[in-house]
Structures are given as structure tokens and as C-alpha cells.
Design a protein around this ligand. Structure first.
Ligand SMILES: *Cc1c(COP(=O)(O)O)cnc(C)c1O
Length: 425
């Protein structure tokens, strides 16, 4: 048995499914997950000493690659001063200043410990601010695992959602309206059907959790207008896209100003962090100033702040976005060319350092069209890449990520491997 197999056998006895987050279990591609004992730059080193070119990037945070020396030094320096104080600390202020400078719509910000906490708190804040209960989300968008947001679509666009998980009360799900992404008429209908009741709309402005999907031209502006018109809080969940699509996220690239923004992943520099922020008048409804309660024993933790500050400062000094887009396009073009040579229909949406590969002839613009991708073919492709030394996300419905550590050499090698894997499908 390999080391990974031995570890997985031990893990499965004590940890449900052997993993601490379900997608790591490889259920949608089959086979058993490998364990990683170290990661540097663009490479993972498995427990069995295989070196893999990594396009998962710890699911989004690792925009600078793994174990970046500057981030590691910042954590080490913070560690010398102590790991948690339970009082305000200077790094929290520095972090808030950076976020407000980077993210156009954010006037005030609150730190928390994960993306899930950020979205859950933003939803509560939208409800407290508007004194309304219902929220709109979009099918295929993932916003962490809190009750209000783990809801799937009902049978029609106007039906209220059903729990997407056992343990979520149907009465909670009834407060969440689920609509198709990229569908203006569905938005019109939902606001018309729930007059004065929609507290907020939460969206992954560029979807990254059903594969990578971009909005149609004008869709986000339409969403901004209709929410403003109805007094509903517009929440951009930029946990994945924040600091990745641009320094200021999708909102900077698209020039849209949401009311609230959720952040996570990159903002922790590899440590567990989330944040939410936005309009000062809304944020001031939070405790201790206002009636909306939100808290966290480890929120603003000095190690996590130090790592995140280092990661954000690197983005500012390196401004890597044009370079990342060039590398992303190179990868996309290689995959498209290989699919064409093989006669395989494929869609490869890509923007900057985000991409995904759908094996379908149908342009992907929402959840339903994402599902037209051939997941079984993807599973074979995934394993063919893994055998040859490239680790893609272990699901047909996840985005891939590049980092600044994916230099030209790594990308060329990856392109060869992907091309070869596709040719042998
Ligand atoms: C990852 C993610 C979350 C949840 O963040 P966690 O840190 O895993 O809780 C929320 N929203 C989006 C868009 C994400 O990609």
C-alpha cells in the first residue's frame, strides 16, 4: 500500500469519509485522494514523493503559489509576538486599510475566520438592515455551508428553495429564493412576486463553484439597478474572485458597486480568514454599534492578519494580473486545440488566473448548461492528468487556478501533459 492509501485507511476510521471537507474525497472523479506532505511554488509533494503541478491552489488562496517566502517570513515574525491576544491588535487596522484601499465598494470591514462566516454574516446584516427576511441566490453559486445558503432551486424559477442538505429546516429554505444565473426575466419575476420582502441578493459575480462561468454583458449592471430600485442589499460573494480577478475583484473589473462584499481565501495568505465589508451605513448596523450581532474569538487573529497583509502587499507590488491572464490564455488555447484535434466538443471559460474545462458543445452560462458537461469524460481526463503529473480540481464543476509561481516552464509542461491526456481519452 502506498503512503497515501495507508493514511486514507487510517483517516476513514476516524474522520467521516476520511476528509475534513467533502470534495477532497474524490467522490466525483472516483479513486482515492492522495495526501500532500509539502507544497512549494506551483508544486505539490505527495506523501508518496510524487511532484504534481497544482491547479487547485488550496481551492483559491494560493495566488502567490505555495509557501511563498515573503508570506512565510511575515507569519514567522508575527509568531514571535504571540498567536492570539483577544484584544484589538495593530495588524487588524493595517488589514482594514488595505482592504478598503483595494476593494472599491468597501468603506468599512469586519474580519472573521472563513468565507462561510463572511457570507452568513453578510446575509444577517442585509436582513437586519432592511428588516426583511427573504434573500435571492442563484443556482450553481456556492456561498459556504450556512443554513440560508445551502439551498437548491425548486422546480420553477419562482418557487422557493429546498434544503440542499439534511439538517436545514424547510422553513429556513422557504426564506431563500433560488434563480438561474444570467436570467434577467427571472430577476424581474422574483422581485414582482415578493414585493418589499427581498432583504438582499447574494451572487458570485463570476461563478467559480460550478466550474467557471462569467455573466453576460450588462447582467451585473441590471442586477445592480434592480436591487437598488427595490431597496435590496446587493452582496457580491468575492471569496474566490476577490484579489484574483483583479486587485479589487470582479467589482473593479466590471465597475459595479455592490452594497456588501464577502472575502476569504486569498485574504488569509493560506491561513483561515474571511471578511465582509461595504457601505458604512450598513456596516454600522453591526454590534457593538448596531443591533446585528456578529463575533469571533479568533477573528482578526495576528498570524492570519500577518499572512494576509503580506499576500495583499505582494499583489500590490507585483501587479501580476496581466501576466496571469497571459498564462491562463496559453493553457486555455492548448486545451481547446487538443480537444479540436481529437474532435471533442469543449468549452474553456477563462479570465486571468481562473479557468475551467467543460466537455460539452453547449456554451456554458448557468447551472443547467454547466450540467451538460460530460462528467464521466472529465473523470477520465482528471485521472489521465494526475497520472502524468498535473493536479486539476477533482470535479467537473470546479474552477482551476493559476498562481504567480506557475512560470512559463510549468505552464508549458502542463500544456504538454493536458494535450497528451486529451489525445488519449
Ligand atoms: C470557498 C467559498 C466560500 C466559503 O468559504 P470557506 O472559507 O470555505 O468557508 C464562499 N463563497 C465562495 C464564492 C467560495 O468560493
Amino acid at each position: 500500500m502506498s503512503s497515501s492509501e495507508q493514511l486514507f485507511a487510517r483517516a476513514r476510521q476516524l474522520i467521516p469519509g476520511g476528509v475534513n471537507s467533502p470534495v477532497r474525497a474524490f467522490r466525483s472523479v472516483g479513486g482515492a485522494p492522495f495526501f500532500v506532505k509539502a507544497a512549494h511554488g506551483a508544486m505539490l509533494t505527495t506523501a508518496d514523493d510524487r511532484e504534481l503541478i497544482d491547479f487547485v491552489g488550496t481551492w483559491g488562496p494560493a495566488i502567490h503559489g505555495h509557501n511563498h517566502p515573503v508570506i512565510r517570513a511575515a507569519i514567522a515574525a508575527a509568531l514571535d509576538r504571540g498567536t492570539s491576544f483577544g484584544t484589538p491588535n495593530p495588524l487588524e487596522v493595517e488589514m482594514a486599510e488595505l482592504i478598503v484601499r483595494f476593494v472599491p465598494s468597501i468603506q468599512k470591514v469586519r474580519m472573521c475566520n472563513s468565507g462561510t462566516e463572511a457570507t452568513m454574516s453578510a446575509i444577517r446584516l442585509a436582513r437586519g438592515f432592511t428588516r426583511r427576511d427573504k434573500i435571492i441566490k442563484f443556482s450553481g453559486c456556492y456561498h459556504g455551508h450556512s443554513d440560508s445558503l445551502l439551498i437548491k432551486a425548486g422546480s420553477g424559477a419562482l418557487t422557493h428553495g429546498h434544503p440542499d442538505s439534511a439538517g436545514v429546516p424547510a422553513s429556513f429554505a422557504a426564506e431563500t429564493v433560488v434563480l438561474p444565473f444570467n436570467d434577467r426575466a427571472a430577476l424581474d419575476a422574483a422581485f414582482a412576486a415578493n414585493p418589499g420582502q427581498i432583504a438582499g441578493v447574494i451572487i458570485e459575480a463570476y461563478c467559480g463553484n460550478v466550474g467557471f462561468i462569467m455573466p453576460d454583458a450588462g447582467y451585473l449592471a441590471y442586477l445592480r439597478d434592480i436591487t437598488a430600485q427595490h431597496g435590496a442589499v446587493l452582496i457580491f460573494d468575492e471569496v474566490m474572485t476577490g484579489f484574483r480577478i483583479a486587485k479589487g475583484g470582479v467589482q473593479e473589473r466590471e465597475s459595479i458597486t455592490p452594497d456588501l462584499t464577502c472575502l476569504g481565501k486569498i485574504i488569509g495568505g493560506g491561513l483561515p480568514v474571511g471578511a465582509f465589508g461595504g457601505r458604512a451605513d450598513i456596516m454600522d448596523q453591526l454590534a457593538p454599534l448596531g443591533p446585528v450581532y456578529q463575533a469571533g474569538t479568533l477573528s482578526g487573529n495576528p498570524l492570519a492578519m500577518a499572512a494576509g497583509i503580506a499576500a495583499l502587499r505582494l499583489l500590490e507590488s507585483e501587479n501580476p494580473y496581466a501576466r496571469l491572464d497571459t498564462l491562463g490564455r496559453r493553457l486555455r488555447d492548448a486545451v481547446l486545440a487538443a480537444c479540436k484535434a481529437k474532435g471533442l466538443p469543449a468549452q474553456v471559460p477563462q479570465c486571468g488566473s481562473m479557468f475551467s474545462i467543460f466537455f460539452t458543445a453547449t456554451p456554458v452560462r448557468d447551472y443547467a448548461t454547466a450540467l451538460t458537461g460530460d462528467a464521466q469524460l472529465f473523470a477520465r481526463f482528471f485521472h489521465a492528468c494526475l497520472e502524468r503529473g498535473v493536479y486539476l480540481a477533482p470535479s467537473a464543476y470546479e474552477a482551476g487556478f493559476l498562481s504567480t509561481a506557475h512560470d512559463g516552464v510549468a505552464i508549458e509542461r502542463a500544456c504538454d501533459i493536458l494535450t497528451n491526456a486529451i489525445a488519449r481519452l
